[in-house]
Ligand binder design. Structure first.
Ligand SMILES: [Zn+2]
Length: 87
């Protein structure tokens, strides 16, 4: 999974969780609120554990555009490269 794909997944889970949670709250359907909260927590956990430099494992912090190099090891970050499958 490339960094770009991870970023899309994290944002989609967070946005989806918020949407489901708000819809559940409006409909007073509390299991939906729980599902929404779980999605948001999952997104956060994924962000904390997987949003890292593929070279040194340093956490990349919040999303920034134009971040081409790892702030920790200085290696180039290729957002489209599938980690572990170089060709
Ligand atoms: Zn690094």
């Amino acid at each position: 999974m490339s960094l770009n794909q991870k970023r899309i997944l994290i944002i989609a889970m967070l946005a989806g969780g918020m949407f489901v949670g708000i819809a559940g709250a409006l409909a007073e359907t509390y299991w939906l609120v729980v599902v929404g909260a779980a999605l948001m927590v999952g997104s956060l956990l994924f962000f904390l554990s997987k949003w890292a430099c593929p070279h040194c494992g340093w956490h990349l912090g919040r999303f920034r555009s134009g971040m081409d190099y790892c702030p920790h090891c200085g290696e180039r970050l290729d957002f489209n490269e599938r980690i572990g499958r170089k060709s």
